[in-house]
Design a protein around this ligand. Structure first.
Ligand code: TRP
Length: 438
């Protein structure tokens, strides 16, 4: 019943790049390195990779499967599959999560924008007058400056989404993603030849399990969710623009692989440089905004390097912001029959407004992030796993894969993961949130 005006990818390459663009974002370049830093390094990386394979990929497949077989936004998808039940409410939860996450995501992306243009115009000196930490402190406490940057990011996001699935989202991903990899490779050239490379590699790849806590394990799991854009129907939405004849299994592996590779490469850029200059890897959220610039400052060509790095962060953030907005826009287009351009600019404006408190009220951003990352995404992910594993009958799921599940063994493994493994793992996140386990 696909409405012809919904749009679709030009092929699986378009889908893979757009979905990888969604997955690769602030989660990879900002959160993954700082969480790795505060959770014991390599042990966290190892748990993260296991979480991606055992829980992330099965859930990603479930979302894309639901999208491809219904050709609808998250609310519409559950209406098509199980209308008249409570399941469409899960779609609503996803649309709401899109609103909330993008509201503060735009603010953080705005920080990257501010760093990029300042470094481009004035070199790192432009942010270092008075110290990097002070610069970051001032930026994040000055409401108006953050709001201007956030507005610019949101406007770019709305403009891309307004142009449509193929001419907007797919095209932007096809330009920004290769650019992002290119920037990363140049930066890797610097970090891998720096003095701290040995220490950086050891930090990322030689696990010290004594530093890994339960909290760290669950943080890795939550991180995998966020990084793969799971739990709110973003991948249902992107999957809905896939033709029935389009494959979904190998693209899902490729998307997850690129996302994980990028997180690790970001770590490979950041940690060797941090160690080269004797800085602190466990600095927390300030790692790329304060610690890393301090390392850049001591290197020749620092302004150029810093500009490249923050442009990389910005591009990654924009392709992710697009997917967050697209969830809301696809809902408005499918369900309310509003035109795409109006839906994009309207939703963009609304979300921008919702994000203003994250920019001006101290502590607000962390609180909304907590609500989305600790509650909405895990609850969404839990329910999507239950839906795919328990509500879809075996034959129904098999048919939805359309013979693309590979062997019976592959299909059974997927089903085992979404029926038992994923719900159990996510339940632990929720138990920890309500304080039942530490
Ligand atoms: N995955 C993105 C990142 O790593 C963020 C993101 C985009 C997202 N769309 C999402 C997170 C949907 C959760 C759900 O930065």
């Amino acid at each position: 019943m696909a409405t012809p005006s919904r749009g679709s990818w030009t092929g699986h390459l378009g889908f893979v790049l757009a979905a990888a663009g969604s997955a690769i974002g602030l989660g990879n370049i900002w959160m993954f390195p700082y969480r790795t830093g505060t959770n014991g390094g390599a042990a966290f990386v190892l748990v993260y990779v296991i979480a991606v394979v055992a829980i992330g990929i099965p859930l990603l497949l479930s979302e894309v499967l639901i999208g491809r077989s219904t050709k609808r936004n998250p609310v519409g998808a559950f209406r098509v599959l199980r209308g008249g039940s409570m399941w469409p409410a899960l779609g609503w939860l996803g649309v709401a999560a899109g609103f909330i996450i993008l509201s503060y995501y735009g603010v953080v992306a705005g920080w990257a924008l501010e760093y990029t243009w300042r470094c481009a115009l004035g070199g790192l000196g432009a942010i270092d007058s008075g110290g990097v930490a002070e610069f970051f402190g001032r930026l994040t406490s000055e409401g108006p400056r953050q709001v201007v940057n956030q507005a610019a990011v949101m406007a770019a996001t709305a403009a891309i989404v307004a142009r449509g699935v193929e001419a907007g989202i797919e095209r932007a991903s096809k330009i920004l993603l290769p650019l992002l990899f290119a920037l990363l490779l140049v930066l890797l050239g610097y970090s891998l030849t720096s003095e701290g490379v040995g220490q950086g590699l050891e930090f990322l790849f030689k696990p010290r399990f004594d530093e890994l806590t339960w909290r760290g394990v669950l943080a890795a799991l939550g991180q995998a969710f966020f990084s793969l854009s799971l739990g709110m129907g973003a991948m249902i939405t992107y999957g809905s623009y896939l033709g029935d004849e389009e494959r979904l299994v190998w693209p899902a592996f490729l998307i997850a692989g690129m996302d994980t590779l990028l997180a690790i490469l970001a770590g490979l850029v950041i940690f060797p440089l941090v160690f080269s200059y004797g800085l602190e890897p466990g600095a927390g959220p300030g790692l790329i905004f304060i610690t890393l610039p301090k390392a850049f400052l001591q290197m020749p060509g620092s302004g150029f390097l810093a500009t490249m790095f923050f442009a990389l962060v910005l591009f990654a953030a924009v392709t992710s912001a697009i997917s967050l907005l697209e969830v809301v826009v696809s809902f408005v287009v499918d369900e309310l029959g509003v035109g795409r351009a109006v839906a994009s600019w309207g939703a963009g404006l609304l979300i921008f407004g919702l994000g203003v408190p994250s920019a001006v009220v101290p502590g607000f951003l962390d609180r909304v992030d907590g609500l989305a990352s600790n509650w909405m995404l895990p609850v969404g992910g839990l329910l999507i796993a239950i839906f795919a594993g328990w509500t879809l009958k075996r034959d129904e799921a098999r048919a939805a894969f359309r013979g693309d599940s590979g062997s019976d063994a592959g299909f059974d493994a997927w089903r085992l993961c979404v029926r038992y493994l994923a719900p159990t793992a996510v339940a632990f996140i929720l138990l920890q949130n309500i304080g039942l386990i530490d």
